[in-house]
Write a protein that binds this ligand. Sequence first.
Ligand SMILES: [Fe+2]
Length: 263
Amino acid sequence: MSPNQPTTLTVKAVAHWNSGSETTANSDFDSLTRISSGSNTKSLQKKAGELKSPNTKQPGILSVESRIQTQAIQALARVSETRDLYTFSHQRRVAYLAKHIASQMLLYPDQVEGIYFAGLLHDIGKIGVPGEILCKTSKLNIDEVRLVRRHCEIGYHILKDIEFTWPIALAALQHHERLDGSGYPQSLTAKDIILEAKIVAIADVVEAMASARPYRPMMGVAYALNEIVSKQGTVYEKAVVAACVDLFSAGFRLNSVDKFSSF
Ligand SMILES: [Fe+2]
């Protein structure tokens, strides 16, 4: 498999969600039951319970390759931490939310894991953006905006040659793309954006709006959920929005993130 090529499971899931099919796969059913409550989710869970995941790992048993891959990802995330504590903390919270959205969507556990890691590294390209621009409290000028936007391509460049099991580099490249082509850097439309990037995008938007920024106060989770619901189907993937809303309706909170999650 070439680097960054979506896995078979990823391709299946992208096809599934992009086509709007209700077919789904089994996941960590017990933990899903704990975090979900929406009626859509319940019917999906019922179907999920009838299926068997082909890729269920035994808890606590990881291959050496798996462990090294995880350690490499955490080391890369810590590079962000060393450079910019704010971005590191944002990535960790996005990873946490993205992982739970993916679980809520009943994706395969392996894909949920990849989405967590994609969240953890999605903004690693900000390492190539001058710190004074990232921390600027006033409005960015057009050149500064252009520089900030380069973080997607810088992140892809950093990650693309690592043979991760998951399309982590592609998710970093595409996490600011939007279904209607209004995103960047490539103005991709729905069918060309991988599911991992669509999930990280929504987790990114919700986390960003729920938190304070150097240039504005926090807007809150309710505001963020209104925003994604108002643009579902046009800007944001409907199934991802529904899973995110269900999650928060069931009592999910972002403020409990204090360390790397483990799988
Ligand atoms: Fe970003």
